[in-house]
Design a protein around this ligand. Structure first.
Ligand code: F3S
Length: 395
């Protein structure tokens, strides 16, 4: 791989041991993939920071880099944690809180912003054409497909290493020709709301694997629907980039001479049958807003839906919402979240059921997020698909 003088110096250790170790990782992965050079990035986003997922080994590695003087060279953020470190978290155990707090402390000491969120694009909006190294699969698909920025699906350690060197390997979706659609998907059914957009993504992830698709819907999807679809497709498949007609910045019209696939209403209903493993009547928790809504939109939607109700029926039926780490929330957002809390909404600051030990606290969950539905089903939790209004109406 061709390296600049500065990159050679980083690899040699001239910038310290943490940088050398991070550079070795980035260059090693790049060489294994056949990348010819590195590319500078403007934002790294590390996934895989939940203690439930990375355990003691992951904690020790992050701690070592921090103690070796690692420091992010670009804006850096990270994914939700295994618990929110606050008393109201339903997922807390003393051991988890202690270990998770340690991981977060070391990330913050290296200059990471305490975002603890899967929606880093809400905190630093990616620019069209800029290079990123992101490790959260739903955010990767959103950055490429809805912002026209460039990132591969990085593993958590790679994204962390990229933050410390400010670069990643120039390969995959950083290269123009790899961003061209290889499949044309004609959607022959209307796609209404975020649940249906999620179902479309759920289905396409299974069909397409990692191929780039041009998705031709009867009406352009909204940005929130696009995010719901990207997140679901990135969960059921390895989709990192797609082009939505009328929504994606890289939409240059339907491609010619590529494979064509049709999706009709029947296919969407079949996807729903597969994804929905529980019923609304059985669900004792509703989880909403993630990742298709910004925290503000999700809290405002909750406030609107709940304003005519007294507190949610205490105990048996709850509403949960994933919010970013409390440290990144401004005053308005904190006020909105306190209002929701007064209605009995459970606020999950910097954590969510997907990365937490949710099976221990809930059997059946209702959600408007197909990404959540997919991962919770894999954890043995049964899932009903519904909008917040449908859930509240069924209370
Ligand atoms: Fe991420 Fe959990 Fe939402 S994994 S996208 S915070 S459901």
């Amino acid at each position: 791989m061709h390296l600049s003088r500065e990159e050679e110096a980083m690899l040699r250790g001239d910038y310290g041991e943490a940088v050398a170790e991070a550079m070795k990782l980035v260059v090693g992965v790049g060489e294994a993939l056949g990348a010819e050079r590195l590319v500078e990035i403007s934002h790294a986003h590390a996934s895989g920071i939940s203690y439930n997922n990375i355990g003691l080994e992951g904690l020790e590695w992050i701690k070592r880099l921090a103690l070796l003087g690692g420091r992010a060279r670009v804006y850096a953020s990270f994914n939700p944690a295994g618990t929110c470190l606050c008393a109201e978290s339903p997922f807390n155990t003393p051991e988890l809180v202690k270990r998770q707090a340690e991981i977060i402390k070391h990330l913050v000491s290296m200059g990471f912003d305490y975002t603890a969120t899967c929606i880093p694009y809400e905190y630093r909006s990616p620019r069209r054409g800029e290079s990123l190294a992101w490790g959260e699969s739903s955010a990767v698909a959103v950055a490429n497909s809805l912002y026209g920025a460039r990132t591969n699906r990085e593993g958590g350690p790679l994204a962390l290493a990229a933050a410390l060197v400010g670069r990643t390997y120039y390969w995959g979706l950083h290269i123009d020709e790899n961003r061209e659609p290889q499949v044309l998907v004609r959607v022959e059914a209307s796609v209404d709301g975020v649940v249906e957009a999620g179902l479309l993504g759920y289905l396409l992830g299974k069909i397409l694997g990692d191929r780039v698709a041009y998705i031709d819907t009867p009406k352009p999807l909204s940005k929130r629907q696009g995010i719901a679809g990207c997140a679901a497709a990135a969960a059921t498949g390895s989709i990192a980039h797609c082009i939505y007609k009328g929504l994606s910045p890289e939409d240059r019209g339907a491609p010619r001479s590529v494979e064509r696939i049709s999706v009709d209403r029947k296919a969407l209903l079949e996807a729903r049958e597969e994804a929905e493993t529980g019923s609304l009547g059985e669900a004792n928790v509703f989880f909403t807003g993630c990742p298709h809504l910004s925290p503000r939109e999700a809290l405002e939607a909750l406030e609107k839906a709940l304003e005519k109700r007294d507190r949610l029926a205490a105990g048996r039926r709850e509403v949960w919402i994933a919010l970013p780490g409390r440290a990144t929330m401004d005053r308005d957002l904190l006020l909105l979240s306190r209002k929701a809390a007064r209605h009995g909404v459970r606020l999950l600051y910097g954590t969510c059921p997907v990365v937490a030990r949710v099976r221990e606290v809930v059997d059946v969950i209702a959600t408007d997020s197909l990404k959540t539905a997919f991962y919770l089903s894999r954890k043995g939790v049964r899932v009903a698909l519904a909008s917040l209004e449908e859930y509240l109406a069924a209370l």
